[in-house]
Design a protein around this ligand. Sequence first.
Ligand code: PGA
Length: 257
Amino acid sequence: MRQRIVAGNWKMNKTRDEGLALVSELSNMIADEVSGNVQVVLCPPSIYLAAVGKMIQGSGSIALGAQNCHQKAAGAYTGEVSAAMLRSVGVQYVILGHSERRQYFGESNSLLKEKTDIALEAGLTPIFCCGELLELREQGVHLDFVRNQLTESLFHLSNEQLRRLVIAYEPIWAIGTGKTASNAQAQEMHAALREHLASRYGQETAQEIRILYGGSVNASNAEELFASPDVDGGLVGGASLKSREFTDIVKAAAGKS
Ligand code: PGA
């Protein structure tokens, strides 16, 4: 049985006070309501990581995640944050290859290979994002496209390294649009990705990997999305900015909604 994960990606939202108020509400609400079966990950902007980390210290069910890291270990990269720096302030997870990073910051599959390596080396768990544009789905090449994202960025990893990863399937046409993939669309992709992992790493490893769904997950559609056998939780953007809504999504993952 794979432990479900619900990760909240705040993106570039919230001032410090707003962010800390949200964490304070969430730590009360989630402590009461979540079963031990769901790992919640909060991914605030990096400038708040240390403060958020302090607030959730000692909480078994809430972990800290970053939204990105640089691909190099250290050096003259003005304005960047390294994986080891994140780890040193208590970060456990890092989102890599979010479609916004791919689109606006030109992150390629080969760059994400480097980022995955450095994150693992620093002891972080990457939440590796993949997903297709609508036109690729309409052309019927979405499965191949997303499989290839995994092949090019991850298939150099050893079995032991891959097991430390979480994957997030986020169809780009569903991010921030209010349009979600149907259950059948999500399940089809998640099962295809698990099969793809199995072809390289074997069934046993593939069955262990958590594959999250992302793209307009909210309190009303979470339960249905999480019911698909290969959907192991969600990567949540907009709805992670509201404590009640995010808590309801966590409850859905815990089977308590
Ligand atoms: P959304 O974002 O839930 O606002 O669609 C999801 C994501 O980009 O991770």
